[in-house]
Write a new protein. Structure first.
Length: 478
């Protein structure tokens, strides 16, 4: 299972490395620069708001389905027939409630129009994730991985034409960005549907009340988890825009920094997408998860720490490289936000293991605590510190969440603390941090410091024995 995980992870990572950096740095950043902070600051909180009620769209079905299909692959036909219609019904309910809630908090005119299109996009994105969960549940990771970049490839093509074609003479409207997402999601959803349809033994779209009741009963804890996580992940940008006089501008500044964090989170999400069905099957077959857990930790911890360190040392340089305005303001936010990436990345391992085990009570408790802390910190910090306050709230929330997740994983799976493992990780981190600061002081060069961090991040895990070179060669040979 460990070899299967690492092999498929390498394939999916390579695929995403070819596509998603260009999407984020080439397209998304270009859109932000073209429309400006205020216009993007209008779009981004509405985008965040459209995600808040994602619970209605999914009701925990995707996570439940991924875990269930991984353990009972022969049930694909029956569940696909029943769940597909349920997804359509939930989509209609989500659209009505999201637009109603948007109207209640004061959205009107252009804001409501954007919210409508973004809500439809959220439905399509949720449908794609559900369809992909069937494929990852069947351990068809390469097909699922290809689908994970299909929508981005289509958006790159559409937005690239709109951004750089002489026909539009440098003009770009934020609505075009939203329409491009819609077109890409429709095509991707159709492709994913046809693939799953071929894999299912049968498909009879109908409203199966028995299946509906079973799924709602089984997925309710997943649904609550999705709701709580959606709020503490997305509430910040909405609160920045609503609590401050210059809310749209501050939300635009926050979005500049947060979009880069989201870009790196995509790779963490790939970990979770592959780990969930593998963990679920191993748990069902009473196999030990300790070795795979350690491998996953090794693969994600040092890289995430290195990314956070680079971001902390060179926030202005990164923002200046990507954006044309509000560099200093967004650099301060970015520096703090990226520290939370370490906790978020580890959560894709430990949170996924708890999900695969069905430990939803513990996960919901953690998420509820995280939501309360995030809400209190945002209400306290945003009025005085603006977008920077929201970044501080995110950092403290994510740090608390991962500490609780590690605690529950250790307790539930009765894992022994390996102090040699912890010590080696601590030494590697200290060596990288000290060397980075030393390189910066001695050379005063960003390039030298970056090279030092990257080389040590690649070499030290092997020297310390955290990663086995022999195992890596074995995986590549296979």
């Amino acid at each position: 299972m460990q070899k299967k995980f690492v092999g498929n992870l390498l394939f999916v990572l390579l695929l995403n490395l070819l596509v998603k950096p260009f999407w984020i740095l080439g397209i998304d950043v270009a859109v932000q620069n073209r429309v400006g902070a205020e216009e993007y600051g209008l779009y981004y909180p509405i985008f965040g708001f459209s995600i808040l009620l994602n619970i209605i769209l999914d009701f925990g079905i995707t996570n439940y389905n991924n875990r269930n299909i991984a353990q009972h692959a022969h049930m694909l036909g029956r569940y696909f027939s029943g769940i597909f219609n349920i997804k359509l019904m939930l989509g209609g309910l989500y659209l009505i409630l999201t637009l109603l809630l948007g109207w209640m908090i004061g959205y009107e005119g252009k804001e409501i129009k954007l919210l409508l299109i973004l809500s439809v996009n959220q439905f399509l994105a949720s449908l794609i994730l559900y369809l992909r969960s069937n494929l990852s549940g069947l351990h068809l990771f390469k097909i699922e991985g290809a689908l994970s970049v299909t929508d981005r490839l289509l958006m790159i093509a559409i937005c690239g034409y709109l951004l750089w074609s002489e026909r539009f003479e440098g003009v770009f409207e934020i609505e075009w960005f939203v329409y491009a997402q819609f077109a890409a999601y429709v095509i991707t959803a159709l492709i994913a549907f046809l693939i799953v349809l071929k894999k299912a033994s049968f498909f009879k779209p109908r409203f199966d009340l028995a299946v509906f009741r079973l799924i709602l009963k089984e997925s309710m804890p997943f649904a609550l988890l999705v709701l709580l996580m959606s709020f503490y992940y997305r509430l910040d940008s909405v609160m920045v825009e609503r609590l401050l006089i210059d809310g749209k501008y501050q939300a635009g500044v926050y979005a500049q920094a947060y979009r880069i964090l989201e870009g790196f989170n995509m790779f963490g999400y790939l970990f979770a997408g592959i780990l969930l069905p593998i963990f679920a099957r191993m748990i069902k077959q009473n196999e030990s998860i300790q070795k795979l857990l350690r491998t996953s930790f090794n693969l994600i911890f040092i890289p995430s720490m290195s990314v956070a360190l680079i971001s902390y040392l060179f926030p202005y340089e990164v923002m200046d490289l990507l954006y044309v305005e509000n560099i200093e303001e967004s650099a301060e936010v970015f520096q703090i936000l990226m520290l939370s990436f370490i906790a978020i990345a580890l959560s894709y391992v430990y949170g996924t293991l708890l999900t695969a085990n069905g430990s939803l009570k513990e996960l919901n408790l953690i998420s509820a605590i995280g939501l309360i802390l995030n809400l209190v910190l945002n209400l306290w910090l945003i009025p005085t510190h603006g977008a920077k306050g929201a970044a501080i709230a995110t950092l403290f929330t994510q740090a608390l969440v991962i500490l609780f997740q590690i605690f529950f994983v250790k307790r539930i799976f009765q894992l022994k603390v390996r102090f040699d493992f912890l010590l080696r990780n601590l030494l590697v981190v200290l060596l990288i941090v000290v060397s980075a600061y030393g390189a910066l002081e001695l050379s005063n060069s960003m390039l030298t410091t970056l090279t030092t961090i990257i080389l040590l991040s690649l070499i030290l895990p092997f020297i310390s024995g955290l990663v086995s070179l022999k195992e890596v060669f074995k995986i590549f040979r296979q």
